[in-house]
Design a protein around this ligand. Structure first.
Ligand SMILES: [Zn+2]
Length: 122
């Protein structure tokens, strides 16, 4: 199910607004925070924004690049599409739960997420 640019924009704007509200709430509720507390709050909020951006970009890659003719990295046989599954992806901007195409190798039984996609390294 492919999202439009406008849908992605609204999702990211909604998340950004939530993060701004969290920051303003925290500012009002936290009396005289020290620099470490301010840093911790900003880093936590930044991680939320990073995850939202990561999910948006990776899901767009998956939607525009359905794996075709992909081959098993272990034995080289063609892979079969087995539907979409949740996968947790670790990245330099944090972990994110993503729904991605899942493939199975009928020759050696290996199950993998598509090679060559934005996060196909795992
Ligand atoms: Zn295989």
């Amino acid at each position: 199910m492919r999202k439009t640019r406008q849908q992605r924009q609204i999702e990211l704007e909604t998340k950004t607004n939530e993060i701004i509200q969290q920051l303003l709430d925290w500012t009002e509720q936290t009396e005289r925070p020290n620099l470490t507390q301010i840093e911790d709050e900003i880093l936590a909020l930044r991680e939320q924004l990073s995850q939202a951006m990561l999910e948006s970009v990776v899901s767009a890659q998956e939607a525009t690049q359905p794996a075709q003719g992909e081959r098993c990295p272990t034995c080289g046989q063609p892979l079969r599409f087995k539907g979409r599954r949740q996968a947790q992806v670790a990245s330099r901007v944090g972990a994110a739960d993503l729904e991605r195409g899942y493939y199975h190798c009928p020759a050696c039984g290996q199950g993998i997420f598509p090679p060559g996609s934005a996060t196909g390294a795992e």
